[in-house]
Design a protein around this ligand. Structure first.
Ligand SMILES: Cc1ncc(COP(=O)(O)O)c(C=O)c1O
Length: 397
């Protein structure tokens, strides 16, 4: 069958693909340790799940307003004020089927054919594909590990053209864990605001911060920046609610309205039951989220220490999220067990088949010198998986 051009240029998400391969091997009875997952391994906290159950029991199973329940929008506005010091009205908020869907809506509402969208690399895998699906051109701008994987104002200024329409700023970052300071964001905003570039601020990992690092929400830099910013967040990562599919955007009114209209024709409202659960997540006790963070902090320490003890691997300590982006480029060109390691894909393949450890190759995030480890898995798995990698890599010659 002849597919549309837009479909021909798009592949499956590489993180999901690697995860699927690992699952397939597991099914065959092979004991695979997976560091590929992009979701907390905890259950949704009880009080949130109970709100979902109660919604079903009460028959709260019909259409809601397409852009989300007024009560949920109010809970989101209250959260944005409480946590981020931001004033939004319910009409500025669009609730969608996950933050991924919110981002898709933004691009649908904003991008015309040939518009450029800046994507600092390493980047979350779906940004570039979603830009392409909407007729835009991703302009990937490399960052450097020496700069903490953060975009500099100089590199940003060089990447702007008259066609630049928007930029993705993902803090804390997937896959690097980098968190921009207020000053760093201000310096970027000084370049962006005079050019009227829209900032798509992806803050889904905002609650996963370590070592006392403070989150600055891009929109909080001031009214001029807020007027150009679409804030993206959701409940997936903070409340272990990935399967419930609730994300949201808070945006300048005109853009929010356009997104709501698009959503009303594409998907209608996000799941009514999940919306009730999201209200409980945002308005309810935050201790379960803090407990998860405390556990992630312990795992991060073990993961970073373990990776740096493996010959050929090195990593910096991520400030946020639950990933470690490890430099594996020292191994490229080496032959292990008769297999030549040439790049992040051949290394990930090698470690999957020989060490039975699944990782996501860095090329998927726009940097082939690295692989991504997720520590959203048990301490036992971290120890076991890292030991397996160490065992095979010490055979390097
Ligand atoms: C950077 C980033 N943004 C957005 C999302 C989407 O989250 P969700 O659609 O589950 O809300 C993810 C999920 O992996 C992510 O890593």
């Amino acid at each position: 069958m002849k597919l549309a051009r837009r479909a021909q240029g798009i592949g499956a998400s590489p993180t999901l693909a690697m995860n699927a391969r690992a699952k397939e091997m597991k099914k065959q009875g092979i004991d695979i340790i997976s560091f590929t997952v992009g979701e907390p391994d905890f259950n949704t906290p009880d009080h949130i799940a109970a709100a979902g159950i109660s919604a079903i029991e009460k028959g709260f199973t019909r259409y809601t307003p397409a852009a989300g329940l007024p009560e949920l929008k109010e809970a989101i506005c209250a959260k944005l004020k409480r946590d981020n010091g931001l004033e939004y009205q319910a009409a500025d908020v669009v609730v969608s089927n996950g933050a991924k869907h919110s981002i898709y809506n933004v691009l649908q509402a904003l991008i015309d054919e040939g518009d450029e969208v800046i994507v600092p690399a390493p980047y979350w895998v779906s940004y570039t594909e979603m830009i392409k699906l909407n007729g835009g051109t991703p302009v990937v701008v490399a960052t450097r590990a020496e700069n903490g994987f953060k975009l500099t104002p100089e590199a940003l200024a060089e990447s702007l053209t008259p066609r630049t329409r928007a930029i993705f700023l993902n803090t804390p970052n997937n896959p690097t864990g980098a968190v921009y300071s207020r000053r760093e964001l201000e310096q970027l905003a000084e370049v962006l605001v005079p050019r009227g570039v829209v900032i798509i601020a992806d803050e889904v990992y905002e609650k996963l911060l370590y070592d006392g690092i403070v989150m600055t929400s891009v929109a909080s830099l001031g009214p001029e920046v807020k007027a150009l910013t679409v804030l993206i967040n959701g409940v997936s990562k903070t409340y272990a609610m990935t399967g419930w599919r609730i994300g949201y955007a808070a945006a300048p009114r005109e853009l929010a309205q356009a997104m709501a209209n698009i959503q009303s024709h594409a998907t209608s409202n996000p799941n009514s039951i999940a919306q009730q659960a999201a209200i409980a997540a945002l308005n309810g006790p935050q201790e379960p989220a803090q407990q998860m963070l405390a556990e992630f902090a312990k795992r991060r320490a073990r993961m970073v220490e373990g990776i740096n003890a493996i010959p050929g691997l090195s990593c910096r300590k991520p400030e946020g999220a639950f990933y470690v982006f490890a430099d594996t480029s020292d191994l490229y060109g080496q032959t292990i067990r008769g297999q030549k390691i040439t790049d992040s894909i051949s290394l990930a393949e090698f470690l999957l088949t020989e060490a039975h450890v699944a990782l996501v190759p860095g090329v998927a995030f726009g940097d082939d010198r690295f692989v991504r480890f997720s520590y959203a898995t048990s301490m036992e798995n971290i120890d076991k998986g890292l030991q397996r990698i160490k065992d095979v890599l010490t055979e390097v010659r």
